[in-house]
Design a protein around this ligand. Structure first.
Ligand code: PEP
Ligand code: MN
Length: 338
């Protein structure tokens, strides 16, 4: 349920409504807006007798939120959420690029990539220290040593760091090194991890599960929001379909409904979606055209020598070409590449 306050409601009246919601055994989520405050209400397992709230001073109306996800829904939060990460933002006006290698492999390649990207005006560096690999015999990441290298890259270049946390036990350490916590496709419904991310003061990049519906994905986001962390960015990274001409199928058609149903920013990851670097630029541009708020793309100084996902990683020249094309398209669309 959403309690909409009158535009002239006082801070005292808002406080009083919040207390009354708590007195009903429910959880209030005040959301100050440009013209008025709304208070989201969660925690009810059945119908709530909220008629008393309607009569409180300063209350304009009560709106029932019909979707199973509440805090993630557009019904509860009319304006687009703007998520800030390390001095940059994910918003409808911009198009924010997160780039870097699949895995942190060693200091030299990480710093080389970070310096290249920083020189191109990119603000956010990606790189996995903890890697979810299909085979237990594949490179599993440098783990804690990888986090230290990411922290070094941040200190050296000023780039914000986006890196994956696979387990709640790693969260404290990942929060130290990262400006944004990535929750991977395979962990989209790891509820213990989602709850831990809800307690984090770091924004969360929530990848879509390999076969998750939009509703399941938004319910996963709801876990993080319900835990108290309002800074969630969705990432479409391709889903499993019958198609075998690419690694996954980038579901561009999820972007308009996701934006309609939710206020959370959404970005695309054409690298994991296609699995092939020659397909990545077209799908990155398509993501921008389809209304995504940004892009996550794998870039490696020598993709053919990468320890993971080399086939889908762009080299520096390919990234430069993509950036030029993205800027041209963004100009046409009145968007700004961040
Ligand atoms: C990654 O970003 O390197 C990754 C493993 O992504 P996903 O969880 O989408 O497979
Ligand atoms: Mn990867």
């Amino acid at each position: 349920m959403l309690v909409v306050m009158q535009s002239q409601a006082t801070a005292e009246q808002v406080r009083h409504v919040v207390e009354q919601i708590r007195a009903l055994g429910l959880t209030p989520h005040p959301m100050p807006g440009p013209t008025r405050t709304a208070i989201g209400v969660t925690g009810n397992t059945g119908a709530v007798d909220a008629r008393g709230l309607q009569l409180l001073p300063g209350v304009r109306e009560l709106i029932r939120v019909t979707k199973p996800y509440k805090l993630a829904s557009r019904e509860m939060h009319l304006e687009d959420s703007v998520v800030r990460v390390a001095g940059t933002t994910f918003s409808a006006e911009g198009f924010t690029i997160i780039a870097g290698p699949c895995s942190v492999e060693n200091e030299t390649m990480l710093l080389k990539t970070a310096e290249f990207l920083a020189g191109r005006g990119v603000k956010l560096l990606r790189g996995g220290a903890f890697k979810p690999r299909t085979s237990p015999y594949s490179f599993q990441g440098l783990e804690y040593a990888g986090l230290e290298l990411l922290a070094k890259a941040r200190a050296k270049t000023g780039l914000g760091i986006v890196t994956e946390v696979m387990d709640p036990s790693q969260a404290d350490a990942v929060e130290q090194a990262a400006d944004m916590l990535q929750i991977g496709a395979r962990n989209m419904q790891n509820f213990a991890l989602l709850k831990r991310a809800g307690k984090s003061n770091r924004p969360v990049l929530l990848k879509r599960g390999i076969s998750a519906t939009l509703e399941e994905w938004l319910m996963a986001a709801e876990y993080v929001l319900a835990g108290g962390n309002q800074n969630v960015v969705l990432c479409e990274r391709g889903v499993r379909t019958f198609a075998d001409h690419s690694r996954n199928t980038l579901d561009l058609s999820v972007i308009p409904p996701a934006r309609q149903l939710s206020h959370l920013p959404i970005i695309v990851d054409p690298s994991h979606a296609t699995g092939r670097r020659d397909y990545v630029p077209a799908m990155a541009l398509a993501g921008l055209a389809a209304g995504a708020h940004g892009l996550m793309v794998e870039v490696h100084p020598e993709p053919d020598k990468a320890l993971s996902d080399g086939a889908q990683s762009l080299d520096f020249a390919q990234f430069d070409k993509l950036l030029t094309d993205l800027r041209r398209l963004a100009d046409t669309l009145g968007r700004t590449i961040q």
